[in-house]
Design a protein around this ligand. Structure first.
Ligand code: 5GP
Ligand code: ZN
Length: 141
């Protein structure tokens, strides 16, 4: 895609600090580091959202998150990591080319991944919501 910033990075038109490249994906540092060593894992195919990817690309990108997470954690002596994938503007997606964020985390680092305070729901409500989701899935099949 001509104007897409991640496609431009993959074409070499914009520089990036890359740690891995292969035929299907690229892994580079996010220009805005939520915490040091914050990586982006990006498939070469230009698709906006996760569910639009074919199974092989999905598997490859998911495998890369698992392959690079231990190195990222070791590199900055972290205690854990977040995998984050924003889908759609309402979910905070700014670059409309699907990508995982791999963000190392340290105890007490103060990084907040979401400002939402979850609400404890009762069993009846949860059963009702599960039915609605399953009906939506059946309608897609
Ligand atoms: P999103 O909000 O879409 O999940 O995340 C997009 C990410 O892409 C942001 O964290 C942003 O910092 C990063 N980003 C945007 N432009 C560039 C760029 O030119 N180079 C790099 N390395 N990262 C970028
Ligand atoms: Zn793109």
């Amino acid at each position: 895609m001509e104007a897409c910033i991640f496609c431009k990075i993959m074409r070499g038109e914009i520089p990036a600090a890359t740690v891995h490249e292969d035929d299907e994906a690229i892994v580079f540092l996010d220009i805005n580091q939520a915490i040091k060593a914050h990586l982006l894992i990006v498939p070469r195919v230009h698709a906006a959202q996760w569910h639009e990817l074919d199974d092989g690309t999905m598997a490859h990108v998911a495998r890369l998150t698992a392959q690079w997470a231990p190195a990222v954690v070791a590199a900055v002596d972290a205690d854990g990591y977040n995998l984050l994938l924003n889908n759609g503007e309402a979910a905070g997606q700014e670059v409309m080319h699907v990508h995982f964020h791999l963000i190392p985390r340290k105890r007490g680092d103060g990084v907040r991944m979401a400002g939402v305070k979850p609400r404890l729901a009762d069993a009846e409500e949860l059963r009702g919501t599960a039915s609605v989701i399953k009906a939506a899935q059946r309608a897609r099949e």
